[in-house]
Design a protein around this ligand. Structure first.
Ligand code: SDX
Length: 429
């Protein structure tokens, strides 16, 4: 393999394949012609060594624990900006000027209401439905309400659909929460910023005034920034694949939300908190560490490990700091779950099993403690992740739609099933 090309020897044939270099990070070997030249596919279940696309949105260096949104380090965006600024950056590629930010905030704010018949759509769910079941259903249902922004070939409609998704996800998530706890929906209030509006829609009740706690609003806004995008993770890849068929953006985001729900992905924050509650006390930690290391035990430390990060997830560090901020603001001096989490992290990071496998806390390890302290039930954690990740899904979907080389995604397989055989009538089986 030289600088710009590589060669593969297959059955005595030499196949030349170009090497494409990125601006930073690993280069790729272009294998697009491999099948036509060799009659063979590559084989990479889980896509551990496969780049599915070219993108300019988010860059992760898993070994160094680096995360950049359009080149800006996540630490700086989380420290200095707000979530809507990050949304603008991910969508447009540059940080907004003051005028651009004001216009973007204005436009998002005025898309936060949902069609009144969406409220009736919710009435069909059981009250004990998981909020993510409600979210997946209601996001998909948006395709039935906003026909003027489903033509993906129209840039104007693509942008309106993007604004609608970013603006309405908090409203849908708050409605899902209110519906499952039997409280009336709270309408968005245009005088509030994005995250304060969401907190009010979740926790206000008609019986009294609701006052947003600015410390909690800022903390949740930062949590949204941390969750906004993450390269070609499972749910983003789902959105890209759905979008590659030309499906409308609401349907694609619903597919992404469905994928995010899994405990190995966005459902890990809910699973991590349940794990900390199951461990219960510092004394029980060794038993669970042993379970996590036991090959015959399916138990895993939820919130630990990552396909890309083989170092500390930079988001987890910011998350841990935010956890302490929120607990201090709420006057929670000693949270037993936090004690278990800190001790579990300490023990795991000194254990050869976790060191050899490069398993570190990921963003989901601390987020649950923070969200629970804020008053969110565990079942809402993944819905909050979906609110934040919507901008990443939309930005990646737009990038794919606007890529002139874009084609429908259609992977192949290694077939190991039955070969051709004759049908046997049922009387002779
Ligand atoms: C997210 O992709 C993204 O970017 C996702 C995300 C995003 O922002 O979009 O960052 C959000 O999904 C974070 C990850 C949340 N999931 C969890 O916390 C669930 C627990 N973690 C694991 O299930 C696992 O680490 C994954 C799913 C995150 C990664 O799985 P991989 O890359 O396929 O790794 P693997 O399952 O092949 O594990 C490698 C080894 C295995 O041991 P061996 O078979 O090699 O002996 O490490 C072990 C695993 O058994 N291992 C763990 C472990 N995670 C991996 N052992 C104990 N506890 C764990 N948590």
């Amino acid at each position: 393999m030289s600088g710009n090309s590589s060669q593969l020897q297959v059955d005595g044939k030499t196949i030349d394949m170009a090497i494409k270099k990125g601006s930073i990070g690993p280069s790729v070997i272009d294998i697009a012609k491999l099948y036509s030249q060799t009659g063979m596919f590559t084989y990479d279940p889980g896509f551990t060594s496969t780049a599915s696309c070219e993108s300019q949105i988010t860059y992760i260096d898993g070994d160094e624990g680096v995360l950049l949104y359009r080149g800006y380090p996540i630490e700086q965006l989380a420290e200095h900006g707000d979530f809507l600024e990050t949304c603008y950056l991910l969508l447009e590629g540059e940080l907004p000027t003051a005028a651009q930010k004001a216009d973007f905030d204005y436009r998002v704010t005025r898309h936060t209401m949902v069609h009144e018949q969406m409220a009736r759509f919710f009435q069909g769910f059981r009250r004990d439905a998981h909020p993510m079941a409600v979210m997946v259903g209601s996001i998909g249902a948006m395709s039935a309400f906003y026909h003027d922004s489903t033509d993906i070939s129209d840039p104007q409609q693509r942008m309106i659909a993007s604004m609608r998704m970013i603006a309405k996800m908090p409203t849908l998530a708050a409605m899902a929460f209110k519906y499952t706890i039997g409280q009336p929906f709270v309408f968005p209030l245009n005088s509030l910023d994005y995250t304060s509006n969401f907190l009010r829609m979740c926790f206000a009740v008609p019986a009294e005034e609701y006052k947003v706690n600015p410390v909690l609003s800022r903390a949740l806004d930062r949590i949204f920034i941390l969750h906004a995008d993450h390269e070609q993770n499972a749910s983003t890849s789902t959105v890209r694949l759905a979008g590659s068929s030309g499906a409308n953006p609401f349907a694609c985001i619903a597919a992404g939300a469905a994928c995010l729900w899994g405990p190995a992905h966005g459902g890990a924050n809910e699973a991590a908190l349940k794990m900390l509650e199951e461990i219960g006390s510092v004394e029980n930690i060794p038993k669970y560490i042993a379970k996590a290391k036991d090959k015959n035990d399916p138990f895993r430390l939820m919130g630990f490990g990552h396909r890309v990060y083989k170092n500390y997830d930079p988001r987890a560090k910011i998350m841990q700091k935010t956890t302490h901020e929120v607990l201090n603001e709420l006057g929670i001096k000693d949270d037993p779950l936090l004690d278990v989490a800190i001790e579990l992290e300490r023990i795991a990071l000194s254990d050869p099993y976790f060191i050899e496998k490069k398993l570190y806390p990921n963003i989901d390890f601390y987020s649950g403690i923070t969200l629970k302290a804020m008053g969110f039930p565990t079942s809402m954690f993944t819905a909050l992740f979906a609110v934040a990740r919507t901008v990443g899904w939309i930005a990646q979907w737009k990038e794919m739609i606007e890529d002139p080389s874009q084609r429908i995604g259609r992977p192949r397989q290694l077939y190991t099933g039955a070969g051709p055989r004759e049908y046997t009538p049922i009387g002779r089986r």
